[in-house]
Unconditional design. Structure first.
Length: 134
């Protein structure tokens, strides 16, 4: 039973960490677009399916260590663990927690970008054996 719970723990931890990573990136995009940070983080976590309604979620703009970065976002998530074996003996479930920090990195000049308002079309599409000269 403990081996099953250990495996479940690892899989849930990985899923919650991936959700926190994606939510931090979504938070950065919301900062860039001057949108609501908490709403963007919550939407990202909801879409992931790894975070339940009774989870603890914190979205922190300009976290410690990144005070000068206007786009830095830290996300902390604590989710009640769903354990098959140990849940029969525990009064309260364990918490699985994850933390992620994201920001924008400026590292050069952009040579090409796409503009447009069509949601279903990309500005540049690359497929196998494509030859693109920009």
């Amino acid at each position: 039973g403990l081996a099953v719970d250990g495996t479940e723990w690892v899989l849930q931890k990985r899923s919650v960490q991936q959700a926190a990573d994606s939510a931090a990136i979504a938070g950065v995009y919301s900062q860039i677009a001057s949108e609501d940070l908490d709403n963007s983080v919550n939407n990202s976590l909801t879409r992931s399916g790894a975070v339940s309604d009774d989870s603890s979620i914190q979205a922190i703009p300009n976290p410690p260590g990144y005070e000068a970065d206007p786009f830095a976002v830290k996300v902390r998530v604590a989710v009640p663990a769903r354990m098959t074996f140990s849940s029969m003996f525990l009064k309260h479930p364990w918490a699985i927690s994850a933390e992620a920090t994201a920001s924008v990195v400026k590292n050069g000049h952009y040579c090409a970008f796409a503009l447009g308002d069509m949601d279903d079309q990309a500005g540049v599409v690359l497929r196998a054996n494509s030859e693109v000269v920009l």
